[in-house]
Ligand binder design. Structure first.
Ligand code: TRH
Length: 362
């Protein structure tokens, strides 16, 4: 570990203390994104204190070596510390504890340069770029009068970018020619009426399917109990660390991912995939999905499969849920690789965070 970090085209930044506040709403994405961010900052020589209100998932997601790292500490949400870090990241509008707001107010009164950032959800919608970096005055509470800024992850320049491991990893993982016909599928989705069709089509192709632990496995079990699918070719991946999860995705031929963090991993893996967007009652996921498909420049059959999985296109028995012939397979692969290349040509989320902090420090 070094004591300073260098973002491309910048001077080294001495090690800072980054406080990351994470509230678990549901699923694994809140903790997954915060944990990946924390690990990534530590890999770049930074000190991280992760404050979390429910650390249950870290018991399997966190590698023991990471947990024991001297520059990374996991705290209970309510742990009150005397001082706040140099950068305070409120993930997904978590609303900081009062004691932290007080520490921020004291630090500001003492003339300390602070960065208080609200890390938002990843989206390809234009609003991510429009709102990235906007300041918001805090109107009440102990930190009333201070400013926080919005940090919007995104797929284009002018947003906060997406999380990425170091380049060595990406060089090592550069996908070779993908095999045809595909043999394996990683399944990490929410419940969907189209899942039975997808599984049956994959089975007809002779593919082995592995489901991720949690609600995906429970749903697939339910489909099997209803005799909607056979189970001869389906196995389950037990809960595993984030590194093992990434490797698992990178090793399968076809991926079904969901939410936010595994979407980014599917792109980095450079494999044909389907994305199940986190469903929202107000239907906002439809807009999010369409914006992503536009950015991805997905071919029509790929768009249709994405929409069917997400329930924004009606389910028809003749819908192709994945690229079932070699020409389609190559088209989907090419599409994902082009997207991956677009992202690799830009800097990643942590680099953009560092640049942001550097800019504030003047
Ligand atoms: O679990 P998710 O559906 O999370 C979602 C989304 O983040 C969504 O945007 C958010 O609003 C909602 O949660 C509350 O999917 P996601 O984002 O892919 O996160 C999964 C994380 O869990 C990812 O970091 C990988 C990790 N994981 C493991 O490390 N090991 C495992 O065994 C499994 C199943 C997951």
């Amino acid at each position: 570990m070094t004591n300073s970090i260098t973002a491309p085209g910048t001077q080294p930044v001495s090690a800072l203390v980054w406080d990351v506040y994470c509230k678990v709403i549901d699923n694994y994405g809140d903790v997954g994104v915060c944990w990946r961010l924390a690990r990534n900052l530590v890999q770049r020589g930074q000190h991280v204190r992760l404050f979390i209100d429910n650390a249950d998932a870290l018991a399997w997601m966190a590698d023991l070596n990471d947990l024991a790292h001297p520059q990374l500490a996991v705290h209970d949400w309510h742990d009150a510390l005397d001082t706040c870090g140099d950068v305070v990241i409120e993930a997904f509008g978590a609303n900081l504890p009062e004691s932290t707001e007080l520490a921020l107010a004291n630090a500001a009164a003492a003339g300390r340069m602070l960065n208080w950032l609200n890390l938002e959800y990843l989206s390809a919608e234009p609003t991510s770029k429009d709102n990235h970096g906007l300041s918001s005055p805090v109107s009440q509470g102990p930190a009333g009068g201070l400013m926080k800024q919005f940090f919007y992850p995104g797929f284009v320049r002018g947003t906060g970018g997406i999380l990425r491991d170091d380049d060595t990893y990406h060089q090592a993982m550069t996908p070779q020619t993908l095999r045809w016909p595909p043999k394996s599928m990683a399944l990490f989705s929410y419940e969907s009426p189209s899942l039975g069709l997808l599984i049956n089509q994959a089975t007809e192709m002779g593919m082995n399917i592995q489901t991720a632990a949690g609600r995906t496995t429970a749903h697939v079990q339910q489909l099997a109990d209803q005799d909607d699918i056979g189970v001869g070719n389906i196995g389950m991946l037990p809960h595993c660390t984030q590194q093992q999860f990434d490797t698992w995705l990178a090793e399968q031929d076809f991926l079904v991912v969901r939410g936010e963090d595994s979407l980014t991993r599917a792109i980095w893996a450079g494999k044909p995939f389907l994305w199940h967007v986190y469903p929202q009652e107000d239907g906002a996921h439809r807009i999010k999905l369409n914006a992503f498909l536009d950015w991805l420049d997905a071919p029509t059959d790929m768009r249709n499969a994405f929409k069917t999985l997400n329930g924004t296109r009606s389910l028809r028995e003749d819908t192709l849920m994945f690229p079932s012939d070699k020409v389609r397979w190559q088209a989907w692969t090419q599409c994902v690789r082009a997207a991956r290349s677009k992202l690799l040509a830009q800097n990643d989320l942590v680099t953009r965070l560092i640049l942001h902090v550097q800019k504030t420090a003047g």
